[in-house]
Design a protein around this ligand. Sequence first.
Ligand SMILES: [Zn+2]
Length: 412
Amino acid sequence: MRFLAGALIIVAAAACTSSPSTETTASTVPFSTPSLVVTDQLLAELDLELLARSVSRLRQLDFLQPVSVQIIADPDYQMRVAELTGGPPDTHSRWLQLLGLLPEGVDAGTATTRLLQTSVAIYDAEANRVLVRAGAGIDPYVESVVVHELVHALQRQHFGAVDTGRLDGDLGYVYTALVDGDAERVARRFIGELSQADEFAYEEGRLNASEGAAAIRGGTPGYVFDSLSQPGGDGVRFLQGLDYQTVDGFFADLTELTSLPVSSEAMIIPEADTEIPTLELPRLSLPSYQPVQGEGTLGVGRLRILLGQVLEGQLANPAVLGWAADRLEVHASGEDVVLAYVFLGDRAEDAQELAAAFQSLLDNTLVPGAYGSVRVSDRQVLVLAASDSSQEAELDEIYGDFGDEVFLVPLG
Ligand SMILES: [Zn+2]
C-alpha cells in the first residue's frame, strides 16, 4: 500500500494541526461561500493558542514556525484529502486481491482515501496547515485529533521529511508506528488532562464522529482499516515509558533511516532479536511477468494484519511469534499476478505454525480458480499464489526443491 505520511485513522477521524504557541494563525478558507459563517463560529470555539501551548508542553518541543489551522466545508475537505492521499493506480493492491483480502476492483489506495475523507482533521504537510472538517464541529474529541495532528507538524519541523521511497515493507510499518504512536501518545495525555465535563463531551464527540464514519467504515475492507489503525496502536504500546529524548533519537536520521528500530518485531514483541538473518529466495522469474516494486518484506506488523483477516480473535498473534525474517516478491503480467513469500522462523515449530495459518488464509480467501500452495522446509515456509493457475508448472520448476508441499488449494 502507498505510504501515507502522517495520515492515520484515529478511530473515526484524523486531524493534524500545528501552530506555534505565540503565532498561531487560524483562518477560514472561502472554498464554499455558505460554509463561511459556520466555520467562523467554529473557529471561535477552537482555542488554538491553548491547544498549541498544550501540544508544545506535552511533546516537549517548540513550534519553529506558525502552522495555520483551517476549518473547511466537508466537500472541500474531502477533495483535499483525495489530493493528499491519492496517487497512481495502486499496483500493490493486486496481490491483496489475489489473496482475497481486497474485493476485485478495489484498490487499497482508493479505499484508504475514502476512509480518511471521513476523518475530522488532517495534517497537510505540503501547505504547512491543519485542515479541520467543518461538519465534525468543535468539541474536545475534535480538539484531541487536532492535538494529534499538531504533533505531526512538530515532528516535521524538528526532524524533517522522510524519504518515502525507503519506506516500503516492514520499515514503512516501523516508521508509521513511531510517528503515529508519538502523536497518539500526546493526544492521550491531552485527553487525560480534560476536566470531567470535557471528558463527557469528548466521549460524546467521539461517538458522534464514529457514527458519521460508520457507513464508509462498514464498506472498507478489514485489511485497509487495520493497516491504518494498527501501526499507531503498536507505536503507543512500544513508546510506553520511553522518554522524549529516546523518541527523538528514532527520528534522528530520516534520510537513511538508520536510527529506527530494526523491525516491527522489535517494536511489537518484547525481547525480540535485533539481528535479522539474510534470507535467500530462489528468484521468481516467469516468462512475461515483471516484478512489482515496493513490498520486499511483511514483517510481524503486516503479517499479523494479513493473517488477522482470517484467524479468529488473537490467533494471529501466536502465528507471527518466532518471526526471524521474511521476503515477499510480487510479479505481474497484465492483469495476472504471482506472489512468492518466504518466512524464516526462529524454530521449526514457528514455521509449522505459520504454515498452518497460511493454509487457513489460502483455503478461505484465495480468489476462486487461482493456484495456491504452502511448503515447509525446516524453519522456512514458502507460500506461492498465482491468479493464473497454469503457472503451477513453472512455479514447481523454480521451487520444486523447497521442502514439502503441505497444502495445495484444490482447484475446480
Ligand atoms: Zn497521525
